[in-house]
Design a protein around this ligand. Structure first.
Ligand code: HEM
Length: 176
């Protein structure tokens, strides 16, 4: 019986978690006023992390779909299994949808959006910017809800149930 995910898969999971939380935290700044130069710099950081995230997600999906990262088996209640599968499917869906809506928002942004400072992907279309940005924003709100459920469940497994579920994704602790 597999008790833990493959090491590479666990590293990808925590790297993605760090990137997503950073993007959510710093992304909040976009809603307010900020000097043009600062917004442009933030957009460069935001889009670069987005590209990195897409790369990691691709690797993660390949590992998942080819069986390189088998799901550890745990004896948990059927409702917990259903709840975790539902939340995880939602998280995967948003990991695909957010970069797409983010890219489309960047595409119509009036400022240059330059991932890694390489070249601008924006064509400036202020008429459609707000509408597309609203979809991206809605995705981030949904993501926050699912992350609260996901992290809450992980903490419950670790500190209340102590059933090894958290340990299967942990980098440091072999069990629990
Ligand atoms: C999981 C991936 C992503 C997360 C969590 C995320 C998060 C956010 C957040 C929290 C905001 C601010 C929304 C608000 O004002 O309430 C935002 C705005 C934005 N994001 Fe993303 N984003 C992601 C991916 C991307 C990608 C891949 C791109 C582009 C390549 C992108 C481009 C943008 C742009 C252009 C804005 C609007 C900036 C502005 O208002 O000036 N995002 N994102």
């Amino acid at each position: 019986m597999t008790q833990r995910y493959a090491l590479l898969f666990r590293l990808i999971h925590w790297a993605m978690a760090l990137i997503v939380l950073t993007m959510l935290a710093f992304g909040q700044k976009f809603a307010g006023e900020m000097p043009v130069a600062e917004r442009q710099f933030s957009l460069m950081g935001h889009s670069s992390l987005g590209v990195l995230l897409v790369g990691l997600l691709s690797l993660r999906l390949i590992m998942r779909l080819t069986g390189m990262a088998k799901r550890p088996e745990h004896s948990i209640a059927p409702w917990q299994k259903l709840a975790s599968r539902t939340v995880q499917t939602g998280l995967y869906a948003l990991m695909v949808l957010l970069p797409i809506t983010g890219f489309l928002t960047a595409r119509v942004h009036e400022l240059p959006v330059t991932p890694f400072g390489l070249f601008s992907i924006s064509t400036s279309d202020p008429a459609t910017f707000e509408a597309i940005r609203d979809w991206h924003m809605l995705g981030t709100k949904l993501l926050m809800v699912l992350l609260v459920l996901h992290i809450g469940a992980a903490l419950m497994h670790r500190f209340v149930l102590r059933d090894g579920v958290m340990g299967s994704m942990s980098l440091f602790r072999p069990k629990s």
